[in-house]
Design a protein around this ligand. Structure first.
Ligand SMILES: NC(=O)c1ccc[n+]([C@@H]2O[C@H](COP(=O)([O-])OP(=O)(O)OC[C@H]3O[C@@H](n4cnc5c(N)ncnc54)[C@H](O)[C@@H]3O)[C@@H](O)[C@H]2O)c1
Length: 247
């Protein structure tokens, strides 16, 4: 049985309607945490399939600061407090060489993956600061630590998320708010729909364990990082790489 380590706490999980975000939300809920989900498409959320009922479920575009700020005001009305933010919403963008990469798609990938993390974090910080406690986890990627041909926009956005995490963690080091990120390798979710078959098999071939990462493995790591037990690690990138990351 999972220990109720997060009883009495509330977490916002962005992009929590499906995939990795849903897996993280489900795990945190199983540890007693109240869950708020912000996602651009909430129509597909199903309480029975999810196995938990969010305290708040809102349609939010994380790339739009106005949308995020409004959502947070509405969330706070319901929850009063917030201890945990998981910045998970993200898109891959097309797999194309830089010279063929459409400018609009480049801007969209950066807007969702990087600006989105900034927007959601900025919205919640003063509440966490007042409480003198917070745990922020940003979902980066192994592509945030190394170059990957064909997904320069995605890799640049995820390198940005890691840089943002390191910088913010130092700004907040004495506030009780810890900021970390995770760098998972390929995990079978809807994100793969934007990728080519060649890109998927090349990514799998780079994983020494020879298999894709599983969502519950990510969720278990995040559950520890957002818990009070993680008390002396901030600004760190936790790898989930099946042996790929040795740097
Ligand atoms: N799947 C992988 O192989 C993999 C590997 C490493 C990192 N990641 C990262 O994990 C995170 C989750 O990805 P996933 O694989 O579960 O993908 P997914 O496509 O299954 O889920 C992404 C979720 O984010 C939501 N979303 C997208 N744009 C949004 C926006 N502008 N505002 C609010 N919500 C938005 C989607 O509606 C969806 O629910 C992403 O940040 C992704 O980059 C995924």
């Amino acid at each position: 049985m999972v220990e109720k380590k997060l009883e009495g706490q509330t977490a916002i999980v962005t992009g929590g309607v499906r995939g990795i975000g849903l897996g993280i939300a489900r795990r945190l809920a199983s540890e007693g945490c109240k869950i708020v989900i912000w996602d651009q498409d909430i129509s597909v959320f199903d309480v029975d399939r999810a196995g938990f009922k969010p305290i708040d479920l809102q349609s939010v575009d994380v790339s739009n600061f106005h949308s995020v700020n409004e959502a947070f005001a509405a969330t706070l009305q319901k929850t009063q407090t917030l201890q945990i933010l998981v910045n998970n919403a993200g898109i891959n963008g097309p797999v194309l060489p830089v010279m063929d990469y459409p400018e609009e798609q480049w801007n969209r990938v950066l807007a969702v993956n990087l600006n989105g993390v900034f927007h959601c974090t900025k919205a919640v910080l003063s509440t966490m600061k007042k409480a003198g406690y917070g745990r922020i986890v940003n979902v980066a990627s192994a592509a945030g630590k190394e170059g990957v041909p064909g997904i320069a926009a995605y890799a640049a956005s995820k390198h940005g998320v890691i840089g943002f995490t390191k910088s913010l963690s130092r700004e907040l080091a004495e506030t009780g708010i810890l900021v970390n990120c995770i760098a998972p390798v390929m995990t079978e979710t809807d994100l793969l729909k934007e990728m080519t078959a060649e890109h998927i098999s090349a990514s799998k071939a780079k994983i020494p364990m020879g298999r894709f990462l599983q969502i519950p493995e990510i969720a278990a790591m995040v559950a520890w990082i957002v818990s009070p037990e993680c008390s002396f690690t901030t600004g760190f990138t936790f790898d989930l790489s099946g042996g790929r990351a040795n740097y």
